[in-house]
Design a protein around this ligand. Structure first.
Ligand SMILES: Nc1ncnc2c1ncn2[C@@H]1O[C@H](COP(=O)(O)OP(=O)(O)O)[C@@H](O)[C@H]1O
Ligand SMILES: [Mg+2]
Length: 254
């Protein structure tokens, strides 16, 4: 990582939740510097998805602040956040199934329709398997292909920060591997990425830095490879569950 890179997005001490009086994030902090690939891992229900939603204006932030390039975006609407350069791929229901691939990409660029041709061209290059099938309905695609459509849709606005919620979940080992490679490839084009992953070990291998979230709080953070070798992290968060996920993905590994 280039340590001189500017800070792009920062979540500072966030408290947030859905129901009155119940906080899901309990003072959660995260920073991403320009060009970083950040991983977020942690047990089910830890608040990982909630953190991404809070960064994207989809959860009410009760305390703390989010800044983008130093500007306070804590209570900014999602539409405005898209304009300011944040893209989000939710874990589920992340394509419009009745629309074609091409129409899904158009939806990603509805704020700037004139730029469509040029942006779509870049997406066909990045996701060649989608190019030939651009008129096919997204609902008829495989899970891995739908994930590609969802990523391409989020990239249409050329975001500086891309938020990915469990991009490899539910995919076959080979497709999981492709997803990780593709994520790295997108990151290498200069997009700062914050990725939540259930495949914790694999996530730690490819990310620059990672945060372990537990009960809405930061529990560990550091370079991915350091965390992957930290005996405490292994014991607490990379145990049997993570080992199972890893075993499943082993045949697809390079
Ligand atoms: N829309 C919602 N309304 C109420 N509670 C929710 C909602 N979404 C998630 N939660 C609760 O927030 C907690 C954290 O969920 P989530 O952020 O999805 O965890 P993770 O992504 O780490 O598995 C869970 O207890 C979950 O039940
Ligand atoms: Mg989640």
């Amino acid at each position: 990582m280039n340590t001189a890179a500017p800070l792009v997005i920062k979540a500072d001490n966030l408290t947030a939740g859905y129901l009155p009086g119940i906080n899901i994030l309990n003072g959660c902090t995260l920073e991403a510097y320009s060009g970083e690939l950040i991983g977020i891992i942690g047990p089910n229900g830890a608040g990982k998805s909630t953190l991404l939603k809070a960064l994207f204006g989809l959860v009410n932030i009760r305390e703390g602040a989010v800044t983008l390039d130093g500007d306070d975006i804590t209570h900014t609407s999602t539409n405005h956040l898209v304009r300011k350069g944040i893209g989000f791929v939710p874990q589920t229901n992340n394509v419009f199934p009745s629309l074609s691939i091409e129409e899904n990409l158009q939806m990603g660029l509805f704020l700037k329709p004139k730029a469509f041709a040029a942006r779509a061209e870049e997406m066909w290059e990045l996701f060649p398997m989608l190019a030939d099938r651009r008129r096919q309905r997204a609902g008829s695609l495989s899970g891995g292909e739908r994930q590609s459509v969802a990523m391409a849709r989020a990239l249409m606005m050329n975001p500086k920060v891309l938020l990915l919620d469990e991009p490899s979940a539910g995919l076959s080992p080979v497709r999981q591997d492709e997803t990780f490679i593709r994520t790295r490839q997108i990151n290498k084009t200069g997009v700062t990425i914050i990725m939540v992953e259930q495949n914790a070990r694999r996530c730690l291998q490819i990310c620059d830095r990672a945060y372990v979230l537990d009960q809405g709080r930061n529990s560990y953070e550091g370079p991915g490879r350091e965390l992957a070798n930290d005996p405490k992290v292994i014991e607490l968060y990379l145990g049997t569950l993570a080992a199972d996920v890893e075993k499943k993905s082993a045949p697809g590994e390079r």
